[in-house]
Design a protein around this ligand. Sequence first.
Ligand code: ADP
Ligand code: MG
Length: 435
Amino acid sequence: MEEELRYKLKYTYGEDFGTGYFKYGPISLGEAPRIIQSRGLILRDLPESVKMLIPPEVVKRGIVVGDDVSRYLSSTRDMMRNLRYPLHDGIIKKEDEDSWRVVKELTRFGLSSFYEQAVNSGDFRGFLVVMSLSALSPDYMRERFIDIHMEINQEYQGKMIRALTAIDQPFAVAISEKAVTCMVVEAGHGNIQVVPISYGPIRDGIVALNRGGAETNAITREILKDAGYSDLAKDEYVVEMVKREAGLVPKDLGTAIRSAREDPKRFSIKIKVNPLVTVELSESAWTRFLIGEVLFDPTHDEFKSYVQQGRFSIEDVTMGDMVFYGEMNMADAIISSVRKTPVEVQDKIVSNIILSGGAFNWRAPPALSDVAVNSVDKVRIMIGDKVPDLLNRLNIRMVKDPQYSVWKGAIVYGYALPLSVEWNDKAKEGWIIPR
Ligand code: ADP
Ligand code: MG
C-alpha cells in the first residue's frame, strides 16, 4: 500500500476535457495543470510551400494542437476551415471523425510531453490516468475516450498507461473541495453543468444550460462592433482580453445601466491590448454589464435588440435525452435542480453550493461595488429574489482556481482510488488496466 501511494505521488495524471480548454498533467505539477485550447488543426490540402516548412513527422500525423495551431494558422489563412473545436458543445457525435482525431491528439500531446521525463526516472511503469468528462456526456463518449487512451498506450508499446479511470467533471470539483453533499455549478466555455451531488452525482437532478464563456465573448464582440472596433471584433484574442478586462456582473442590470449612463466617466475603461492597440469604452461603458449578465440571465430586453438583429442567439438544444436550456436563468436552473433531488438532502445541498469553471471568474472592482458584484454574490442575490426563504440556509462559494479545480479533483481521486479496484461497467468506477 505504501509502495502504491509512493507511485501515485509521482505518476497520477489528470485530464480535464473542457469545452474551451484542455487541462492536463501529472500530480507533480502541484496546483496548476498545463492548459491548451481544446482545438486542433487538421493539416489537409497543404500547399507544398508550407509542407516544406513543417517537420515531416508532423505532416505524417496530419494534425496539430497547442501553440502549433496558431503558428500554422497564421501561415495559411485558408486553413481556418480545418480548425476544429471538438468539445465546444460538450458532446462529440459518434461519426464526427475529425473531432475524435483532435481529441486523440490532445490526449497524445499531453501524455507524450511528460513521458520522456517519467521514463528517465527509473521506476516508471506507466501513468495512472484520470480522465474527466462532462457529466452530460453519453456512455459512448466515455467508451471512445477509453479506446483512444488504449490506442495511444499501444503506440508506446504499452508503456504509457498503467491504469485508466474516468470521473465526471462536477464530481471531480466536489472531491477537490472535499464536499460529500453539495451542488456543483460548473460554468465552462461552452455550457454550464448544474449538478447535485451526494456521494456521487444525482443524475436525475442534473440541469444543463447551453451558455457559457462563449456567449460572454459573443456579446463582447457585438459591443466592440458598436463601439467602432469592427476589425478588432474579428480577432478572438482581442475579444477574450476585452471581455476579461471590461466585463462586469451587475447586482441588478437595470440599476447598473442607469448608473453607468448617468456617469459614463466612472465606468469608462481603456484596455491596452498591446503597445499598438488600445480599446476604449466610454460612452458605451454601460454595455460592460451586459457581458457579465448574459451568463446569469440572458432574457433582458437589452439582449433582445441583438437577438432581433440576428447578431446573437442562444437556443435550447437536445442531445440524446438531455436538454441544454438556452435562456433559463441561473437561479431557475439551480432551484429546479435542487427540486429534483430527494427532499431529505435538499437542505444540505443548498447549504453547500460550489461555483467552479472559468466563466465565473469575474472581478468586482471595489470602486464599483455599489453596482457590480462577483459571481457568488450574484447567484445569492438571484436565488434570494426568487425564494427569499432560502436565503438563511443558502451557502455559496467559489473554488480557489475556477479553471483548475476539475483537474485537481481528478488528481485527488486518482490518488485515493486503490489500484485493486477494477473497472465496473455498471458503476463506471475503478481502474481499467491495459493488457
Ligand atoms: P472549459 O472547462 O469549458 O474549457 P474553463 O473552466 O476552462 O472552461 O473556462 C473557460 C472560460 O472561462 C472561457 O470562456 C474564458 O473566457 C472564461 N474566463 C477565464 N478567465 C476569465 C476571467 N478572468 N474573466 C472572465 N472570463 C474568464
Ligand atoms: Mg470545465
